[in-house]
Design a protein around this ligand. Sequence first.
Ligand SMILES: Cc1cc2nc3c(=O)[nH]c(=O)nc-3n(C[C@H](O)[C@H](O)[C@H](O)COP(=O)(O)OP(=O)(O)OC[C@H]3O[C@@H](n4cnc5c(N)ncnc54)[C@H](O)[C@@H]3O)c2cc1C
Length: 384
Amino acid sequence: MQLTHEHEEIQRTLKRFIAEQINPHVDEWEAAEMFPAHQVFKQLGDLGLLGLTKPTEYGGMGLDYSYSVVMAEALGDIACGAVPMAIGVQTDMATPALARFGSDALKREFLAPAIAGDAVSCIGVSEPGAGSDVAQVKTTAKKVGGDYVINGAKMWITNSLQADWMCLLANTSEGAAHKNKSLIVVPMKTPGISVAKKIRKIGMMASDTGLIHFDDVRVPQANLIGQEGMGFTYQMMQFQEERLWAAANAIQGLLNCIDHTVAYARERQIFGQAVLDNQTVHFKLAELKTEIEALRGLTYMATEHYIAGKDVTEWASMAKLKAGRLLRTVPDACLQYWGGMGFTWDNPVSRMYRDGRLASIGGGADEVMLGIICKFMHTLPARR
Ligand SMILES: Cc1cc2nc3c(=O)[nH]c(=O)nc-3n(C[C@H](O)[C@H](O)[C@H](O)COP(=O)(O)OP(=O)(O)OC[C@H]3O[C@@H](n4cnc5c(N)ncnc54)[C@H](O)[C@@H]3O)c2cc1C
């Protein structure tokens, strides 16, 4: 993936924006267990950064997916995982299907404000009883008159306490689990929607994560994205961008984790020398940096395939798997070299240790990624 002047301009703009507008507030937002999504998204929208790959008719820039990857990577400079994740939900998780399959009217009403930063979106797939096994979602959307009437619950929904609309996956008919689902845009102020719980977590503190109930929620049938019954397929496609984004977003934060650790280990004196001067320490950090650059290579290659119009399900799954693994091993190894300081709450490495743990679970757990890769390798046993 060749970086052009335009890619570098996006990186520079984000670096400045993060240093001036985000990082000075991160500790405060983490303590409050919430960040001001509308304010931050408006600022990003004004910079033209919420619609890099989205169609120009709706305020986007119509660029190829390498620009999303470059942005996801640059967001890794944010001093926590929660804020980049919220931005990624808006740009690469809740909006790709709408941009690709939504009607013109739906895109004008919901996509354009999301790109401008006037609306916050969320993606509602997971439920109390269905996460990895997406086909098992139980939320229903039944046709009544010109509306869908929605009943059910969505769990773990990022941005959901602040969101203006949700891209919801629901069952719109009986029948085969992969063919009875649809994606529907649901405005979050619609009567019948309630936040049952703001979920407390071990990391991603500044991100609002909700359990949302739907009780006879009526939305117009015109809010359907694309064709009825295609929701599962659209969501699987949407996951490819989510997974590429997640892999790209891991890279810079992981490199920063190593840099912080090198700086600390160079200063900290033990047994007459710096911690860093032990070969076991600097070799370990070199090994981990090599792994991170391998993740970058894999992610860029997957992106090139995606831009070329190829099915990247296998590549995106590998990249997401590798990112999840590294987000566990790199902060864990680095934290060790900080000694007791690594075990304190307000430490950049301990924050990454907590935040990064999500990557092996959310957006498809490591085992789900392995299952997908196995399918492409034809090594799975036949289902009984
Ligand atoms: C902070 C946070 C934010 C999130 N944001 C969103 C969001 O915005 N929108 C949304 O829809 N969802 C969101 N999620 C949900 C997330 O995608 C799910 O948690 C994830 O898909 C796993 O589902 P589950 O929690 O139900 O775990 P389960 O499906 O119950 O899986 C439990 C464990 O089983 C194992 N497992 C799964 N499949 C296999 C297999 N085939 N073989 C062997 N082992 C397996 C894995 O280790 C997995 O972690 C979020 C979750 C968290 C924690």
